[in-house]
Design a protein around this ligand. Structure first.
Ligand code: ZN
Length: 87
């Protein structure tokens, strides 16, 4: 898939940026809560139990991946989402 995307991107004078997929389908783009059970596979819906944000799950993943790409372009070498710890 990466090869195909890169090929297609180059035809359109674009580049492909590879980012970590971790938590991209579990993270709320509004309040940043990461919770696996917020995603309902059967309904293809993400519903944040913290802030009540709702979206199609694929759309939500795309939003999170876009954010990582923007962070990469802004200079972060390996942008990724991480679970908050109680340190
Ligand atoms: Zn939320």
């Amino acid at each position: 898939l990466a090869q195909f995307l890169t090929y297609k991107a180059h035809l359109n004078n674009s580049e492909v940026i590879e980012v970590s997929a971790q938590y991209t389908s579990q993270r709320c783009p509004k309040c940043e809560t990461i919770k696996k059970s917020n995603r309902n596979h059967d309904l293809h819906e993400y519903h944040c139990t913290n802030c009540d944000y709702r979206s199609n799950d694929d759309r939500l993943g795309a939003m999170n991946i876009q954010l990582l790409g923007m962070q990469y372009i802004s200079g972060q070498e390996q942008p990724k989402f991480e679970l908050a710890t109680n340190a």
